[in-house]
Write a protein that binds this ligand. Structure first.
Ligand SMILES: C[S@@+](CC[C@H](N)C(=O)[O-])C[C@H]1O[C@@H](n2cnc3c(N)ncnc32)[C@H](O)[C@@H]1O
Length: 390
């Protein structure tokens, strides 16, 4: 009996039906894609749009009369899994930031002490080390960064722990051989393709227990997500990287400075887009790659010159910043109106991706639990899949 098949089916139906709400590229839009929402979205000024977008509960209440099924789907909440009873820091944990330490302690609270541990994409192996200290039979941490492996080995040696590193590429064919049946395999914040391989290798090896907290769903091989589960493939949403990024676009309420930087970045990206459309005569949105935030501390003309070089465009002699930034103002409001709608699908798309993983593990003969393992204030990526085979 599957716990997740029916909610997955219902959510798939909703997301198929509402794809016109979440599948837009806001930067590429020149008008609101939903004329029927214009009477409620157009009167909102920028401050109102920002305030509403940052307050998920208020935004859902705002959309309840307009998108009742989307709002109702948010009632499917995932349970809280076990949490650590104390967050006291041992001497060796010096240097691990408090929120990271809390995540590790909470993740570890969900691990049984019965089997040797395989820690996937371990970094310095903080989680593995904690488990080795708690007396887990033996811990192997896979990590490809040699420096992190060396540092992790060193601390394990000092503490005389049964904790060892394998310095290798998790995407190599050899990495699959690390998985065994009588084992508990863990992955804390492994990115897209890395955790998809983790799940496939573990299921193929018949690994007894798994614990995975996924992140960065968009970092996958290929341009589109291929669902893991048979049920997911039957109801494939054909998610591209842009849609896979949506769950990661949580508002981080990082204070006034962060908010101001976000405002400048959005304005400058749009102002550059106006400029490049005039330079190329092509009315198509041209995305810029991500860039160091220090580029935003100069002026727009310097930024535009950098962006032209990135896109191999001729750098214009004089750049009238005021003109381009003014054009960006109107587009910025449009982007924010579209994002206000799209962001109401962040949780639902992440839930769909999590349920696809949960249903896949059920199809592979696992009993699965899915919930949150740590407080939201510690990390927005706080979902944990636990699976065991009898
Ligand atoms: C987000 S960090 C998570 C580290 C650790 N699990 C934690 O939560 O602190 C991802 C880790 O995966 C490692 N990594 C990335 N790609 C890898 C690959 N192809 N093979 C092995 N490790 C990889 C990175 O070096 C990094 O240490």
């Amino acid at each position: 009996m599957s716990d997740f098949a029916e909610p997955f089916r219902q959510l798939s139906t909703l997301l198929h039906r509402t794809r016109g709400d979440w599948q837009h590229t806001p930067f590429a839009c020149r008008e609101l894609p939903w004329p029927e929402l214009a009477p409620v979205l157009m009167p909102l000024d920028e401050a109102q749009l920002d305030a509403l977008d940052e307050d998920d509960a208020a935004a859902l209440a705002f959309f309840a009369p307009l998108r009742p099924d989307t709002v109702a789907a948010h009632h499917y909440r995932l349970p809280e899994l076990k949490r650590s009873t104390d967050y006291a820091t041992p001497r060796w944990s010096n240097g691990i930031p408090g929120r990271k330490w809390a995540q590790i302690k909470d993740f570890a609270a969900n691990i049984s002490a019965e089997h040797p541990i395989l820690e996937w994409c371990a970094g310095k192996g903080h989680l593995g080390r904690l488990l080795a200290q708690q007396g887990m039979p033996s811990v192997t941490s896979l990590e490809w960064n040699a420096d992190l492996c060396r540092q992790g080995e060193q601390v394990a040696g000092q503490l005389k722990l049964d904790h060892h590193f394998v310095c290798a590429d998790a995407l190599s064919a050899d990495a699959a051989r690390l998985f065994r049946p009588g084992q508990e395999a863990l992955a804390l914040h492994a990115c897209g393709e890395l955790h998809l391989r983790f799940l496939r290798h573990a299921a193929a090896a018949g690994t007894h227990r798994l614990a995975l907290s996924p992140c960065c769903y968009h970092l996958i091989d290929g341009d589109h997500y291929r669902p893991l589960s048979t049920a997911g493939r039957q109801r494939d949403l054909h998610l591209d990287r842009q849609s896979l990024r949506l769950p990661l676009q949580q508002q981080v309420t990082g204070g006034e400075r962060v908010r101001r930087l976000r405002h400048v970045e959005l304005s400058w990206r749009l102002a550059f887009d106006e400029l490049q459309q005039q330079l190329t005569g092509n009315a198509r949105y041209l995305p810029l790659p991500s860039f160091p935030k220090q580029l935003l501390s100069g002026d727009f003309a310097d930024f535009a010159r950098w962006a032209c070089e990135q896109k191999s465009l001729p750098v214009p002699d004089g750049i009238d910043s005021e003109h381009w930034l003014k054009l960006a103002d109107a587009r910025r409001l449009l982007v924010k109106r579209i994002e206000l709608v799209r962001h109401r699908y962040r949780y639902l798309l992440e839930l769909w991706l999590l349920l696809d993983r949960a249903v896949y593990l059920e199809e592979q003969g696992y009993h699965v639990s899915l919930g949150t393992f740590t407080a939201e204030s510690n990390t927005p990526r706080r979902y944990l899949l636990l699976a065991s085979r009898s």
